[in-house]
Write a protein that binds this ligand. Structure first.
Ligand SMILES: *[C@@H]1O[C@H](CO)[C@@H](O)[C@H](O)[C@H]1NC(C)=O
Ligand SMILES: *[C@@H]1O[C@H](CO)[C@@H](O)[C@H](O)[C@H]1NC(C)=O
Ligand SMILES: *[C@@H]1O[C@H](CO)[C@@H](O)[C@H](O)[C@H]1NC(C)=O
Ligand SMILES: *[C@@H]1O[C@H](CO)[C@@H](O)[C@H](O)[C@H]1NC(C)=O
Ligand SMILES: *[C@@H]1O[C@H](CO)[C@@H](O)[C@H](O)[C@H]1NC(C)=O
Ligand SMILES: *[C@@H]1O[C@H](CO)[C@@H](O)[C@H](O)[C@H]1NC(C)=O
Length: 771
């Protein structure tokens, strides 16, 4: 989203008396809710207000009654009111990435009405839990708070979350908002979260609890890097990368999550702005994937197309291109300003405008916006009492606990035992963090539990910030920090970043800890008498090799931006009240990575001719600081393969164009795929003394028969809870065509014949696919 163009809300109502054809009582009327027939019984005569008719009939009736000017006013993020039809102004832009947020102008907090909402961990940490039911529960709880705010009049019904862009480069300031670098995890997160937000408890699939939006479509993951910014960035993307990396989360959002909206991004893809690309929008999102909902622009992509990208000579031409490409809604006001003239100049047909208006209003109908006062509807009883409940806040703590990743743990370090540790030095610029814990796209949290506050509940603490802030550009306070460290039984250092280092519109140039943080860590560790626990609070990965190799730093934890209860969750892990179980959802690269590949190089695949080392665990083969999927526990889990085929026969014949021994792969979309799957059963045993949750990641190393295949890819994952010495068997059903396939140069999915090596935890097993 672009804050420069943040529209004011609510806008002054625009009265259009001249066009008024309805009873005069309506012309004087400023409705709060559409079709509020209690206040205005004459609205009953409109078919669009008749809840017993189907949505299509109702929307058609409404669009038929509208003038071109009214239609144009309905295509923007602060949609005009149409008083003569009893329709209020509607603010489309709300946000709920990890809790209801006031980043969008259609949502606000107010001390007397609703002062704040539960602020969950930033998505990157939630993703680290690899817990799909948690992703779904979070969506449900957040949509309940959202609907409560809507009922109270302080929020809209359409939320432009989640962000499912691939965290392609460690420098990206918005990587924190995403589920990480893997297309499968991102897709699973997107689907589960979207369903949680949208699905109603009565199972009515036509209606929505709130509307979600998967953004930013597509290949958008650069905010500003040296002289390139997102408004001018032309992402050069191969068909192969688009199909197997950038687009899968969006495709899943639509096909499996039934998301109500897709947002196109600011950037261009291969020379065409995404919001003006008919192939990307109309043909793919609406045509192939069959989006049931609306396509929105970013804020304001159309202005960016005109002013920054010089896409067309006039704003009317930009408007026509975007509408024809499939855009329905414009965050900003360009479509309101230029649509009428674009139609009059013959650049776009009014029927195209009708399609856009129809998609927007159909979504609002599914949300109950045209069903009168919210108190008469499902979820109508939700209000202030349902926001920031104890249960919802407890879930913030639980989510952070499930995501926190233990990266290093020398024998006898963690968990700290209060019997031995009587005094704790708590040091670092994030040691008493509040706002830093909630990252971007946050709202106002119900409250904060800082690391210092939470740790102080278990043990006596002494606090020294060590640095004035995360930039840590001075060593002035190091002496004080060292003094408290030397006197304590153990040390917790809470370091990392905040939004001054990585954020929207702020990419990093380096991936080290900022300023003198490394020096503070090593000096404090040097004087410490007991365990030294380094906690990294950050969105992106960090080169922490210095501390990884330093034997005096006995443990390292990554806590992401852990949300309002982040401190409590950290203390739970540090004192062993929770057994860490998170896994890194992104590769942690060494600092040299940023020197070897420019951030605006979108290629996922390595290129020996340019020295590009490849991106993400699927393609990068170089050294890592910590790899994707890494994470330790206080327990030990062992895996045993119970069942897995060694050979799978594929019944290919001449009709498939692949039946001889010279054939190395087959099409992953044909009839051959029906029911073609393999079953894998694994026994997992917790052989530690502590109960905990454990994630089994199932990877495959596909045969290298398709040009530039990933060396490794995640096929599936499951998280299980096991008490001490408890064991359980876990079953995976692998769809051969969907999961074992890879994408070829032309963007088509193919299954390679030959040896697929599966990796399940620490087990490797080969399966041969043969004709
Ligand atoms: C609403 O539509 C139903 C079904 O067509 C019809 O029977 C009913 O009379 C309509 N109600 C009003 C108030 O027009
Ligand atoms: C908050 O809402 C109350 C009740 O509507 C209103 O009186 C007050 O002015 C609002 N405060 C702010 C800061 O907007
Ligand atoms: C990105 O923009 C921020 C301000 O928004 C600026 O401080 C920073 O220097 C920019 N970074 C780069 C790499 O251009
Ligand atoms: C820690 O932060 C909390 C919340 O901002 C504040 O009330 C408290 O005074 C801080 N503690 C110290 C020791 O600075
Ligand atoms: C360190 O940063 C602070 C602001 O965070 C600034 O006021 C100060 O000038 C900086 N000092 C140096 C030596 O860069
Ligand atoms: C997944 O999250 C839910 C919700 O917090 C929790 O009840 C469940 O135990 C978690 N599953 C595992 C295996 O940790």
């Amino acid at each position: 989203m672009d804050f420069q163009n943040k529209p004011q809300f609510p806008l002054l109502l625009v009265f259009v008396f001249l066009l008024s054809v309805s009873p005069s009582v309506l012309a004087q009327y400023s409705p709060r809710y559409a079709c509020d027939t209690d206040k205005n019984p004459s609205l009953k005569s409109y078919a669009f207000c008749n809840a017993s008719l189907d949505f299509k009939t109702r929307v058609n009736d409404l669009v038929k009654r509208m003038s071109l000017q009214e239609k144009a006013g309905s295509l923007v993020s602060v949609a005009d009111s149409i008083n003569r039809l009893g329709i209020p102004s509607y603010g489309w832009w709300s946000e709920a990435l990890h809790g209801v947020s006031d980043t969008g102008p259609a949502t606000w907090f107010n001390k007397t009405i609703i002062p704040g909402a539960t602020s969950y961990p930033q998505v990157i940490l939630t993703a680290a839990s690899f817990n799909e039911s948690l992703f779904n529960i979070l969506g449900k709880v957040i949509s309940t708070e959202a609907r409560a705010m809507y009922n109270t009049g302080v929020s809209g019904l359409t939320f432009w979350s989640p962000n499912v862009n691939i965290f392609r480069d460690p420098r990206w300031g918005r990587g924190q908002e995403t589920p990480g670098e893997d297309p499968l995890l991102s897709s699973r997160f997107g689907v589960a979260f979207v369903k949680g937000l949208q699905e109603r408890e009565d199972g009515d699939k036509d209606r929505l609890k709130i509307g979600a939006c998967c953004k930013h479509y597509t290949a958008y993951d650069l905010d500003n890097w040296t002289s390139v910014d997102r408004f001018h960035f032309n992402a050069i993307v191969t068909k192969q990368d688009l199909e197997d990396t950038y687009n899968p989360p969006f495709k899943s959002c639509v096909l499996d999550g039934n998301v109500a909206s897709i947002m196109c991004s600011f950037n261009q893809v291969n020379g065409i702005p995404t919001c003006g690309d008919r192939e990307l929008l109309e043909e793919t999102v609406r045509g192939e994937w069959k989006l049931n909902g609306y396509i929105s622009s970013d804020c304001d992509s159309l202005q960016v197309m005109f002013k920054d990208q010089h896409w067309a000579k006039t704003p009317e031409e930009v408007t026509a291109d975007a509408l024809q490409a499939g855009l329905d809604l414009n965050c900003g006001d360009s479509l309101k300003k230029f649509t009428e003239n674009a139609v009059k100049e013959g650049l776009v047909k009014e029927s195209v405008v009708d399609r856009a208006v129809t998609n927007n209003f159909a979504t609002l109908m599914r949300l109950g916006f045209f069903d009168g006062h919210p108190s008469k509807q499902m979820y109508g009883n939700l209000g202030k009492k349902d926001v920031c409940t104890k249960d919802n806040q407890d879930l913030a703590r639980e989510t952070a606990r499930q995501g926190i990743v233990l990266l290093k743990n020398s024998l006898g370090s963690l968990p700290l035992l209060p019997t031995y540790i009587k005094s704790l030095a708590v040091i670092g610029p994030n040691a008493n963090a509040t706002k830093a814990m909630i990252g971007n796209y946050a709202g106002i949290p119900c409250k904060y539990t800082t690391p210092l506050e939470a740790l102080s509940e278990s043990v006596q603490t002494v606090y020294e910030a060590g640095c004035a802030n995360v930039l840590c550009n001075s060593t002035d306070k190091f002496e004080k920090a060292k003094n408290v460290a030397a006197a304590a039984d153990a040390v917790v250092l809470v370091m990392g970043t905040d939004l001054t280092v990585e954020a929207e519109a702020l990419d990093r140039t380096e991936i080290d800890l900022p300023g003198e943080q490394n020096l503070l860590i090593s000096e404090v560790a040097y004087v410490a008498r007991g365990p030294v626990i380094l906690v990294i609070m950050s969105g992106g990965g960090m080169d922490v090799s210095f501390s990884k190799c330093n034997p005096k730093v006995t443990s390292i934890l990554w806590v992401g931006f852990p949300g309002q209860e982040g401190g409590a969750a950290m203390a739970d892990v540090i004192f062993g009240r929770y057994n860490p179980s998170g896994r890194l959802p992104m590769t942690w690269y060494p600092r040299s990575y940023t020197k070897t590949v420019p951030m605006n190089d979108m290629n996922m695949r390595p290129d020996p001719t340019t020295g590009h080392p490849g991106r993400s665990y699927r393609f990068y083969r170089g050294e890592t600081v910590y790899p994707f999927g890494y994470g330790l526990s206080y327990s030990l889990y062992i895996h045993r393969l119970i069942k897995a085929p060694k050979l799978v026969s594929i019944p290919l014949n001449k009709a498939h164009g692949c039946s001889s021994s010279s054939c190395t792969s087959f099409d992953a979309s044909g009839d051959i795929c029906d029911g073609l799957s393999l079953d894998i059963d694994v026994m997992v045993t917790n052989i530690g003394k502590m109960g905990g949750s454990h994630t089994i990641l199932l990877f495959s190393y596909p045969p290298q028969v398709i040009y530039n295949s990933p060396t490794k890819q995640l096929l599936d994952f499951k998280r299980v809870q096991l008490g001490p010495w408890e064991r359980t068997s876990i079953s995976f059903k692998i769809d051969v065509c969907k999961q074992l396939s890879v994408v070829d140069k032309d963007g088509n999915r193919k299954v390679g014949l030959g040896r697929h090596v599966l990796q399940i935890g620490d087990i490797q097993h080969s399966v041969s696919l043969k004709i």
